[in-house]
Design a protein around this ligand. Structure first.
Ligand code: G3P
Length: 228
């Protein structure tokens, strides 16, 4: 399963890229607004830090303007995936961009029917929003199961399921169990994946016992090479 990080905060992206676990980045207009920065500058900098797909979203709603915006976004770097909303114009834009081999992330997916349309439009990624479905009393992860299952029935569907609107580690684990290709995680959720109280407790005990021996691996290595 690939991990993308869902943020436009460069400090966070640099920090998480250093983990070696980051395969890409997703942004949206709200995240760009939160960064308080010029969109094209932010996207260019993110693309320099992360070689994998970096989603940058169009802000127009008609196909002609979406295509103009998409050209601008795609020209920023070769790893930009243009993000379009799941609307009739968004999917027309998707088809046109895919015919030119530009990566497309179709966003704001809330149903399996929408996901089928996106796959037929040739989307590189479909982004179902699990957290926002949970927010209205549905089970967002059921939609992930459903889409993965449907996509597996058809060899002609190349679209990857990119689980978005993730709120916690349980969403990531369940999405992985469903076989989703990608999860886009808020930085705090990616960091939370490391945590388990028994890891902390076990490490504390190992270090305490080790300290009591008075030994040092590096000192022992230095002594051995000095003796050779
Ligand atoms: O980038 C799209 C998605 O991940 C947004 O998540 O938390 O605003 O529902 P959220």
């Amino acid at each position: 399963m690939k991990f993308f990080v869902d943020t436009a905060d460069l400090d966070e992206i640099r920090d998480l890229a250093a983990t070696g676990l980051l395969d890409g980045v997703t942004t949206n207009p709200s995240l760009i607004a939160k960064s308080g920065r010029n969109m094209l500058d932010v996207i260019a900098e993110i693309c320099d830090v992360v070689p994998g797909p970096v989603s940058a979203e169009v802000t127009a709603t008609d196909v002609e303007t979406m295509l103009l915006e998409a050209d601008v976004l795609a020209s920023v770097a070769s790893n930009v995936a243009v993000k379009v909303p799941l609307t009739p114009d968004g999917l027309k834009t998707c088809r046109a961009l895919r015919d030119r081999d530009i990566m497309v992330n179709v966003t704001l997916c809330f149903s399996a029917a929408q996901a089928i349309l996106a796959a037929k439009a040739g989307a590189t990624f479909i982004s179902p929003f699990v957290g926002r479905l949970d927010d209205i009393g549905l089970r967002g992860l059921d939609l992930i199961d459903e889409i993965v299952d449907i996509y597996e029935q058809f060899d002609t569907f190349d679209t990857e399921v990119l689980v978005a609107s993730i709120r916690g580690p349980a969403h990531v684990v369940e999405a992985a169990r469903s076989g989703a290709h990608v999860a886009t995680l808020p930085p705090n959720v990616l960091r939370a994946l490391y945590n388990h109280p028994l890891t902390d407790k076990g490490l504390d005990a190992f270090l305490k016992d080790w300290e009591a021996t008075g030994q040092s691996i590096l000192e022992q290595a230095a002594q051995r090479s000095a003796a050779e």
